[in-house]
Write a protein that binds this ligand. Structure first.
Ligand code: ADP
Length: 446
């Protein structure tokens, strides 16, 4: 029944009741009874009809209240065929649409929050008065602070870094993006590239977005690279200058001096050999560092290899009365790149001979280390001062530069060792007592 029909019925109830009352006063009893009867009937029908209007409307009022509180879960249940029914249907559709949109927005928000929080860069939004509106997890981790209430905490109160604050205030004042490299020492020592961009609304700066990229490692690599170039140039320059100098001396007449001439040629030869080892080591290192380097792994006996290498050092060691003992077990086998491991053993034994004392001793032995074989080269040489131990595997790092030069060292032997062992997923290390000797070790996974 349509809403209009329900209204007409209500009019009938009122009119019948009115006629009943009038007939009663006019003493037309039968007529009055008839009208009252009709009125009573119409009243009952009217009440039922009125209920069918008020109940769904009250239900919808309740729903509107819930919807305005943001709860769109409930739907209108009185779906009649009249206008109120179609209003309820429209309301239900609207609620469903809004709920869908809200859930899409919520999912999108959650995704954005996850991205924001998991970015490697530190990100923060600051309002025009310098309060933090939001900061991601990386930002909180870098500067060691907890969640801040949006717009309640001043940037400088939370992140006490004047340099970053200067960048932000420049952006807030000038409305132009700023990019700057900044060193921070607290709470951690790091280098960041800070990119700050203004957030504008209808040409007015409303805030600033700052993004912090950690460039510490990149900077260290850059420094390492330029240090390496400087070191290589220096290392190459020294023998070249000597060679040039002695060649000039020879040309200026020393060539005719039989006695000294040969001595000068010997010096030139030594420096040329030095240049040769340097270039070979630099090339080896460059090759090891290039990602194309593939290992040619095979099973082999390290004892057999070590015997061969040691025999190559027999003359050099013999001159200083140094004894080299190969205590590797005959049955020991490793799966590794034989040529590269030979290089590791050669470099370690070479150092053990060069930095040993006269009549010293060198032991090569192995140990079982969880999931790996540990190889140890122990010598009775000069040992390494404690302060140098952490830097000993760096390129061109030498404790005693003169001694290394004298004995033909390039300062690259240990970095080559480290590279090769790490390519095998192994570890390197050294234990040393100054004046007593050193134990260089490396592991090769089984
Ligand atoms: P080098 O060509 O100078 O030997 P390395 O990289 O092999 O270069 O070694 C770096 C430095 O480590 C050496 O100059 C030396 O000071 C120190 N060193 C290496 N091995 C030993 C050792 N067995 N005993 C004492 N010092 C060592």
């Amino acid at each position: 029944m349509s809403f209009k029909a329900k209204l007409i019925l209500s009019y009938i109830v009122i009119i019948s009741a009115s006629f009943g009352i009038v007939s009663f006063f006019l003493e037309a009893k039968i007529l009055a009874i008839g009208f009252f009867f009709a009125a009573a009937l119409s009243f009952v029908a009217g009440s039922v009809i009125a209920r069918s209007v008020t109940v769904p409307i009250n239900d919808m009022i309740g729903l509107f209240r819930e919807y305005s509180d943001g709860d769109f879960t409930r739907r209108a249940s009185h779906i009649s065929g009249d206008e109120i029914g179609s209003l309820a249907k429209t309301l239900n559709k609207m609620a469903r649409d809004i709920e869908d949109k809200m859930s899409r927005i919520t999912t999108q928000n959650q995704r954005l929050t996850a991205i924001f929080d998991n970015m490697i860069e530190g990100v923060a939004v600051i309002d025009v008065s310098g309060h933090i509106l939001s900061a991601n997890n990386t930002m909180k981790r870098i500067f060691g602070f907890q969640e801040v209430q949006a717009g309640k905490a001043l940037f400088l109160e939370v992140i006490r870094n004047n340099e970053i604050w200067d960048v932000i205030s420049t952006v807030l004042k000038a409305g132009e993006p700023v990019s700057k490299e900044i060193n921070i020492i607290y709470p951690v020592r790091k280098i960041f590239r800070v990119n700050a961009t203004p957030i504008s609304e209808s040409h007015t700066v409303e805030g600033c977005l700052i993004v912090l990229h950690d460039v510490t490692e990149m900077k260290a690599l850059e420094t390492m690279r330029s240090d390496f170039v400087a070191n290589v140039s220096h290392e190459l320059k020294t023998p070249l200058t000597s060679i040039k100098g002695f060649v000039e001396t020879l040309m200026d007449g020393a060539l005719d001096d039989k006695e000294h001439g040969r001595g000068f040629l010997k010096i030139i030869q030594d420096h040329a050999n030095r240049l040769d080892s340097l270039v070979s080591d630099i090339l080896a290192l460059a090759h090891l560092e290039s990602r194309e380097m593939a290992l040619d792994k095979k099973d082999f006996s390290p004892k057999v290899e070590a015997d061969r290498i040691i025999s190559g050092f027999a003359a050099q060691a013999g001159r200083s009365g140094i004894k080299i003992k190969n205590e590797l077990p005959a049955g020991l086998s490793v799966n590794a790149d034989k040529k590269r491991i030979d290089q590791v053993l050669t470099n370690l034994i070479d150092n053990a001979v060069r930095f040993n004392r006269s009549n010293g001793e060198i032991r090569l032995f192995s140990q079982d280390a969880s999931g790996a074989t540990k190889f140890i080269v122990e010598d009775s040489g000069s040992g390494i001062p404690e302060r140098d131990i952490s830097r000993i595997f760096e390129r061109f790092y030498r404790v005693d530069k003169a001694r290394s030069h004298e004995s033909g060292g390039t300062g690259l032997g240990l970095s080559i060792v480290k590279h090769i062992v790490e390519l095998h997923d192994g570890k390197v290390g050294v234990e040393s007592v100054e004046g007593l000797g050193s134990k260089f070790w490396f592991t090769i996974p089984k």
